[in-house]
Design a protein around this ligand. Sequence first.
Ligand SMILES: Nc1ncnc2c1ncn2[C@@H]1O[C@H](COP(=O)(O)OP(=O)(O)O)[C@@H](O)[C@H]1O
Ligand SMILES: [Mg+2]
Length: 477
Amino acid sequence: MKYDLEYVLDSALDGVFIVASDHRLVLFNRACEELYNISREDVMDKAYWKLSDFQQSWDIISKKGGKISYGELGAKIERMELNHKGGRQVWVETIYTPIFDKENGEIAYVMGVIKDITELKRVEDEKKCLQNELVTIRRELESQYDFSTIVGNSPQILHALKLAAKVAPQNTTVMLAGESGTGKELLAKAIHYNSPRASRPFVALNCSAFPDTLFESELFGYEKGAFTGADKAKPGKIALASGGTLFLDEVTSMSPPTQAKILRVIQEREYEPLGAVRSKIADIRIIAATNKELETLVKEGTFREDLYYRLFVYPITLPPLRERIEDLPTLIETLLRKFHHAMGKSVRGVSPEALKVLMEYHWPGNVRELQNVIERMMILSKEDRIDVADLPRYLVDSARTRPLKSKTTGDLSKGMSLENSVHQVERELILQALQKCDNNKTRAARMLGLTRSTFRYKLSKISPEYSLVPDYKVGSV
Ligand SMILES: Nc1ncnc2c1ncn2[C@@H]1O[C@H](COP(=O)(O)OP(=O)(O)O)[C@@H](O)[C@H]1O
Ligand SMILES: [Mg+2]
């Protein structure tokens, strides 16, 4: 069959048009008619730029000396939105190609090939929206995990925060040690969101949550067909955390074979997904956490010594709540505010008697337990102040059954000096006054009949940084 060029072009899915050097449209195929929603009779032989929708394209096929010149055709690809009479909008992309005269080598025609990119444009716009949303969410996360969200002014907490702020900008492996609920994960997130990796993911993996083989597939991921049932590849946490931070919680729970593999990741920065033929680069910063004495486990031989040294580059210890009980009033205040926002229920504070019980309690679950207690009390309390009656029974009983070392009367049985006893009484009264006055130092000082400066001095003795740094700021480290 001898083909007819116009017939062939009419069958093409993309729009094709040709503009002659005198700017007349000499070809306009069927797909063009559909894209422009215009009949070819209306445009053929007419000057190309007379069609309003072609105005933009005309800028591309610009005129020089009355002829079509290569001009801005250098740009070659153009995107524009076509408005159909019916109100429909179509996004198109046009690629321009000059067709040269065989004899004189000048441009004789310009051919335009137009594609409908409405769907592509929609996906691109959606992607842009999602990216913007992601940036906003990341910013929110950054502020949510700022160092200032870690509440406490005790010297131990301030020391931990100082160490964390110093190491955050580096790629150094960090080991967080502390009992459960002391804020290890919270601090790990603060380190991540204050590091150059902040815009990449923070991925947490609890090493005790999976049996051995499952743990490895969680950590390293697997390729399609790696084992029966692996009908598609799955990225591991290392891949998910790429460019960001991998938080290995409860590292001591790793089995010896997994320990060997993770050691390789740390040393070589390489790993192999299950069933993979080639190694992959592990672009991660590792923050590990333990609530056990790692050193003892190394001595017992359950934890590899070489891995221990790799992880213990920069240890930070988070103190248990009972060892920084002076932080309790501030923590309670923060938690009351937090739950006030979450529940819309307002509780102003805790009565001095209830605070006393809370300060006597030994808090085995640390801040996590305190958080649960406060949440429960907020739900149950009828008054706007939490009293002893609102406290969980076990907490009151525990405080009662403990050998009551009434601080307000001193503890002579232990042979405590008068000076120390007085100091203890003073400390308790100061903390009580602060609690009663919602941490307002001026009012607390007045309540105790002290000048503000004397009060601040005494407060700084209880907790040196307390009176100097009202709210912890990274910049103050
Ligand atoms: N210093 C703190 N200030 C405020 N909230 C804290 C603090 N420490 C812990 N928390 C809160 O207590 C809970 C337990 O903390 P988490 O970081 O999970 O502890 P860990 O990882 O040590 O078990 C979390 O909800 C956390 O936000
Ligand atoms: Mg934890």
